[in-house]
Ligand binder design. Structure first.
Ligand SMILES: Cc1cc2nc3c(=O)[nH]c(=O)nc-3n(C[C@H](O)[C@H](O)[C@H](O)COP(=O)(O)OP(=O)(O)OC[C@H]3O[C@@H](n4cnc5c(N)ncnc54)[C@H](O)[C@@H]3O)c2cc1C
Length: 268
C-alpha cells in the first residue's frame, strides 16, 4: 500500500502580512514551518502504515515550494516517513489553488500506484482548504473531506467519519482516494532523535516542471485563474452608546432605550 501526504511549508505566524500593492504574501524574515494542520495528516498516515503488515505500506511526503521546503519533507521523514519529493521550480511561483493542485496531482501520477492521498484540512496561510479536493478533481478520485476519524481499511475501501457541525457522517470510500483530515483524526507524534538523523542524511527527490512534463501555461501565476484584485484590512468600528444604570429609575430608562434601539432596527 502507498500513501502520499502533500505538505505545505508556511510562515510561522498566524499574522500573515500581505503586500497590498502586489497582492502576495510577505515571506521575507519569517521562519518557515510545516503547516501545523498537515501534522495530523502525517500522523494519520503513520498510524495506517503501522496497521499494515511490516513492509507492506510506504508513506511519502510531497511538497511544492521553494528549495527550503525540503526541511518540511525532512520533518515528515523524522517522524517516520519513508521518502519525500520536493516540487520546486521558479515556474511554479505565484500558483493559486488550481495551479498548486495541478502540479501536486501531476507528481502523484508520476509516483505511480498510489492508494491514498491524505491532505491537511487547510493551510494556515492560504487558508482555502481547496488543494485536497483540487488534487482529487485532477486525478478523478473520490474525496472524503473533514475526516475526524479513520475506522479502518478493508477490501480496497477505507471507512472514515467526517466531522459535521452537528455530528459525524460515516463514509466508506473506494481506494484510491483523497482524504482531508481535521485535528481530531490523530495526535501528532514528536520526531525521534534517530528519525532526525535519518532525515538529515536522506536523499530527497526533486522534480521541476520539465521532470513532470507540464506545459508552462498551466503553471504558477500564468496558470492561475485567481487574481488578487485588491487586498485591504477591514476597518472595525464600534459605535457604542453607554447606558449607566445605578437605580430603579435609570434601569427603567436604560431598558426603554435598549427596546427603542432594537425596534429602530426592526429586531423586535
Ligand atoms: C494570484 C495568486 C498568487 C499566489 N501566489 C502564491 C505564492 O507565490 N506562494 C504561495 O505560497 N502561495 C501563493 N498563493 C496562495 C496559494 O493559492 C496557496 O498558498 C496555495 O495554492 C495553497 O492553497 P492554500 O494555502 O489555501 O492551501 P489549502 O487548500 O488550505 O491546503 C490544504 C492542504 O493542501 C495541501 N497543500 C496545500 N498547498 C500545498 C503545497 N504547496 N504543497 C503540498 N501540499 C500542499 C496540504 O495538505 C494542506 O493542508 C497565491 C494565490 C493567488 C490567488
Amino acid at each position: 500500500m502507498r500513501i502520499i501526504v502533500p505538505i505545505k511549508q508556511v510562515p510561522e505566524t498566524s499574522a500573515v502580512r500581505m503586500d497590498e500593492k502586489t497582492g502576495t504574501m510577505i515571506r521575507d524574515g519569517v521562519e518557515a514551518i510545516v503547516n501545523p494542520l498537515d501534522l495530523y495528516a502525517i500522523e494519520a498516515a503513520l498510524l495506517l502504515k503501522a496497521s499494515q503488515p511490516e513492509g507492506q505500506c510506504e508513506v511519502i511526503a510531497v511538497s511544492m515550494g521553494p528549495p527550503k521546503a525540503q526541511s518540511a519533507i525532512r520533518e515528515a521523514m523524522s517522524m517516520g516517513f519513508d521518502s519525500g519529493v520536493l516540487l520546486s521550480d521558479k515556474k511554479f511561483a505565484g500558483a493559486d489553488t488550481w495551479a498548486t493542485s495541478y502540479v501536486l496531482a501531476a507528481a502523484i501520477k508520476k509516483l505511480g500506484d498510489v492508494d491514498l492521498i491524505i491532505c491537511g484540512e487547510r493551510a494556515t496561510d492560504g487558508d482555502t482548504g481547496q488543494v485536497g479536493p483540487g488534487i482529487a478533481a485532477w486525478l478523478d478520485l473520490p474525496v472524503g473531506s473533514y475526516v475526524g476519524k479513520i475506522d479502518g481499511l478493508t477490501d480496497g475501501r477505507i471507512n472514515v467519519q467526517r466531522l459535521l457541525e452537528d455530528g459525524h457522517e460515516g463514509l466508506e470510500v473506494q481506494l484510491p482516494a483523497v482524504l482531508t483530515v481535521v485535528k481530531e483524526v490523530a495526535d501528532p507524534r514528536l520526531p525521534t532523535l534517530r528519525g532526525k538523523q535519518r532525515a538529515r542524511k536522506a536523499e530527497l527527490t526533486t522534480w521541476n516542471a520539465d521532470d513532470l512534463n507540464l506545459p508552462d501555461e498551466n503553471l504558477g501565476l500564468n496558470g492561475s485563474p485567481t487574481r488578487v484584485v485588491k487586498i485591504f484590512r477591514p476597518s472595525v468600528t464600534r459605535e457604542c452608546e453607554k447606558l449607566i444604570a445605578t437605580d430603579d429609575q435609570s434601569i427603567n430608562t436604560a431598558a426603554d432605550r435598549v427596546l427603542e434601539f432594537l425596534q429602530e432596527r426592526e429586531l423586535v
